[in-house]
Design a protein around this ligand. Structure first.
Ligand code: NOJ
Length: 473
């Protein structure tokens, strides 16, 4: 059936991130990063005080990962570089050659297998030495990030043609700098996330320009940023309050980053007006949302060669019911998202399975951000403990999702270029540790050689990749 076919040269991938799989936290001269520090602090910041010290052991077992990639028949593999493995204190003052060697091996072997690397520069793991100087809260970090990006383009860019600067800046801002649930564990509600986001957007723009002016002509690659978002619908579609809350929900998540980068170099109007109004009520003379200068706006606008979307779930939205005592991101947004109890839940509490939400979100991106080429750089479903190898229900979710993806391409005309499952392997799921399993391959963390075994989903995904079509048995 032709209608189940994906477009020719569709990219089929799986994604991982350095801290979540590599281990080797202090191997061969790697510097500390904020997740090393955060997990080593204990205090139940992470499920059972687990750490990424060993994780999937990919720093030494990378050939095992390549076997998994081969078994899936992937055309693309997305992974991230550990900044502090390459530059132990975050700066180019000292380069850790062993780190460079590691990524060279990985990249060269992927290319030898005909697998295209999609490389993320920053996936949640700020070098601790830079965090000590303010991390994303400091404007200087944007400059240091630009140097790091240039170093990576110069070192790997002869072979890597697809780059992501920063993964999920929303999560970095909100969980890292508002609630403190993620490293660096900063709890500065209503202030921290806006500052961190401001500097991440500038860092991204600088890194994009560095590529564009210094490397693009020769290396001919493409640079983007990976944005995560729920899809959102009003809880009561007839309620004006719910509709407005729903719009704010999307503006404060996806548009916070996508407006500056894809539209006009600036934050969404509703973020500017709401945060400024609230700041005035609090007696502040300036808004808690920093402003971009005109020069910065023109630097930021148009700094993505394609759109990378991480999609997991959707929400029904209504105005916020519980007001916090002080300032907070949620009260600025004035909206809350609710899971429809009808939606199936996967192995993690926040992930309600809503495949049609992805189709709607893709159409929204097409219509709002200039019909860009889009890659789904993450999508997946977790299992909780104990995981089952025969994860038929999970494959069902993948099938439903891929069917919505096909509709987005064929019926809505979305220029979707690829799909990356999260994740290649079960891995360290941040503050949930190893209790949540997103892998296509099961990893036995109790055995010293950390064996990888395909789930049913991996076997079925390989069939889809091979045929470039959705298959129902
Ligand atoms: C998005 C993040 O990029 C990734 O690191 C995480 O494991 C998945 N979501 C699943 O929560």
């Amino acid at each position: 059936m032709d209608s189940l076919k994906f477009p020719e040269s569709f990219a089929w991938g799986a994604s991982t991130a350095a801290y979540q799989i590599e281990g080797g936290w202090d191997a061969d001269g790697k510097g500390l990063n904020i997740w090393d520090t955060f997990t080593h602090q204990g205090g139940d910041r992470v499920f059972k005080n687990q750490t990424g010290d060993v994780a999937c052991g990919s720093y030494t077992l990378w050939e095992e990962d390549l076997k998994c990639i081969k078994q899936l028949g992937l055309t693309h593999y997305r992974f991230s570089l550990s900044w502090s493995r390459l530059l132990p204190d975050g700066t180019t003052g000292f380069i850790n050659q062993k780190g460079v060697d590691y990524y060279n091996k990985l990249i060269n072997n992927l290319l030898a297998m005909n697998v295209t690397p999609l490389v993320t520069l920053y996936h949640f793991d700020m070098p601790q030495a830079l965090e000590d100087q303010g991390g994303w809260k400091s404007e200087k970090t944007a400059e240091v990030f630009e140097q790091y990006a240039k170093f990576c383009y110069a070192t790997f860019g002869d072979r890597v043609k697809l780059w992501i600067t920063i993964n999920e800046p929303y999560i970095v801002a909100k969980l890292g700098h508002e609630t403190g649930l993620f490293a660096p564990g900063i709890k500065e509600p209503g202030i921290g996330p806006y500052r961190a986001a401001h500097n991440m957007i500038k860092a991204h723009a600088k890194a994009w320009h560095a590529y564009n002016t210094l490397f693009k002509k020769k290396q001919k690659g493409h640079v983007s940023i990976a944005l995560d978002s729920d899809w959102a619908v009003p809880l009561d579609p007839k309620s004006m309050d719910d509709k407005e809350a729903c719009d704010r929900y999307l503006q404060f998540r996806l548009h916070w980053f996508a407006n500056p980068i894809f539209i006009d170099g600036d934050y969404p109007a509703v973020m500017k007006s709401e945060i400024s109004r609230k700041s005035k009520e609090e007696g502040l003379v300036t808004s808690r949302l920093p402003e971009f200068t005109d020069e910065e706006k023109s630097l930021i606008k148009g700094t993505a060669d394609f759109f990378c979307l991480n999609y997991y779930t959707s929400r029904k939205v209504k105005p916020l019911s519980i007001k916090s005592s002080g300032p907070s991101f949620d009260s600025d947004m004035g909206a809350e998202g609710i899971k429809d109890p009808e939606w199936p839940e996967s192995g993690v509490e926040w992930l309600a399975v809503v495949p049609w939400g992805l189709r709607r979100l893709l159409a929204h991106i097409k219509d709002t951000f200039g019909d860009p080429d889009i890659y789904i750089t993450e999508n997946g479903f977790a299992q909780s403990e104990p995981p089952v190898l025969q994860d038929k229900h999970r494959w069902g979710y993948f099938q439903e999702t891929l069917s919505e993806v096909l509709k987005a391409i064929k019926q809505d005309g979305v220029k979707l270029k690829g799909y990356f499952a999260w994740s290649l392997l079960d891995n360290f799921e941040w503050n949930s540790g190893y209790s949540v399993r997103f892998g296509l391959f099961h990893v036995d963390f109790n055995q010293p050689n950390l064996p990888r075994t395909p789930y049913f989903s991996a076997i079925e995904y390989a069939k889809v990749v091979k045929g470039n079509e959705l298959i129902y048995n």
